[in-house]
Design a protein around this ligand. Structure first.
Ligand code: PEP
Ligand code: MN
Length: 338
């Protein structure tokens, strides 16, 4: 349920209302938007008397939220959330590109790729240290050592780092990571989500291979319900009957998510298509559809990559893609705003 206050509501009114709501045993979250203040009520709101609330002179409207996700709901928080990663902002008109290899392989590799993608305009560095591989015999990532190398690349370039967590038990190792990624395979690992909700680092939450948009939002809700509101959603392709691409990129998820939630949305055209030559155009399409950012795999020698080489762009291909994306973003901001 949301209680929308009118423009004349004072802080005393808001506090009075919060005290009144205390009796109902619901959690009250206040959002001061650009045009209005909203009190979002989370919990069992069935007993809350809507008519009494509406009768209060400083209350404009009261709405029950039908959707099962509340904190992630745009009705709860009409202004877009801007996630701030050590000064790099994403959402609410701030567009960012996360780039780097699928996996951290060597010191030279990660530092070289980091420098290259930074020079092309990427603002965050990706790189997997703990890798969720289909086969237990495939390269599993450099694990803690991979995190160390990412931190070296961060020190060398100043880029914040984004890397995947696979187990809550590893959380202490992530203390210097800037954005913790929850991979598609862990989107519904609810115990992991709850743990990540109890800490305050931004989370890049990827949509599961066969999960609906509502399920993605419910996973965000798990994190938010524990306190952490810094979530970036990521569409990375879903599994369909189509085999020409690794997954099917659901670009319409951007417009659906923009309507339903205030959280920023990034697109991963690399895992969505699985084919490097398809990545640039899908990246451009995602930008045109209103994505707040992209996450793109880039490798200095894709043919020798230990993971996901076929979908990795070379630094030159990435640079070329970034030039087009920058032009399109500028055109959108100057010519297509509103
Ligand atoms: C990744 O980003 O390297 C990854 C494993 O992605 P996903 O979880 O989307 O498959
Ligand atoms: Mn990958």
């Amino acid at each position: 349920m949301v209680v929308i206050l009118n423009n004349n509501a004072t802080e005393t009114d808001t506090n009075m209302l919060k005290e009144y709501l205390d009796a109902y045993n619901v959690e009250v979250r206040e959002t001061k938007g650009s045009t209005m203040t909203i009190l979002g009520l989370v919990g069992d709101t069935l007993s809350v008397d809507v008519d009494s609330l509406r009768a209060m002179p400083f209350v404009d409207d009261v709405k029950r939220i039908q959707e099962p996700y509340k904190a992630a709901n745009r009705k709860f928080h009409p202004d877009p959330t801007v996630v701030d990663v050590n000064g790099v902002k994403i959402g609410g008109g701030n567009f960012q590109v996360i780039a780097g290899p699928c996996s951290v392989e060597t010191e030279e590799q990660i530092i070289e790729v980091a420098k290259d993608v930074k020079a092309s305009g990427a603002t965050l560095l990706r790189g997997g240290a703990f890798k969720p591989r289909t086969s237990p015999y495939a390269f599993q990532g450099l694990r803690a050592n991979g995190l160390e190398l990412l931190l070296e690349a961060k020190a060398a370039t100043g880029m914040p780092i984004v890397t995947e967590i696979m187990s809550a038990a590893h959380l202490p190792l992530f203390k210097d990571v800037d954005v913790i990624q929850v991979g598609a395979r862990n989107m519904q690992n609810f115990e992991l989500l709850k743990m990540l909700g109890k800490q305050d680092k931004p989370i890049l939450l990827k949509r599961g291979l066969a999960n609906t948009i509502e399920e993605l939002l419910m996973s965000a809700e798990y994190i938010m319900s524990e306190g952490n509101q810094n979530i970036i959603l990521c569409e990375r392709g879903i599994r369909t009957f189509e085999t020409a691409t690794r997954n099917t990129l659901d670009l319409s998820a951007i417009v659906v998510l923009k309507e339903k939630t205030h959280l920023p949305v990034v697109i991963d055209p690399s895992h969505a298509t699985g084919v490097a030559s398809y990545v640039p155009q899908m990246a451009i399409a995602a930008v045109a559809a209103g994505a707040d950012g992209l996450i793109i795999e880039v490798h200095n020698d894709p043919a020798k990559a230990l993971c996901d080489g076929p979908q990795s762009l070379t630094p030159v291909q990435f640079d070329n893609t970034m030039k087009k994306i920058t032009k399109l973003r500028n055109f959108m901001v100057t010519e297509l705003a509103n």
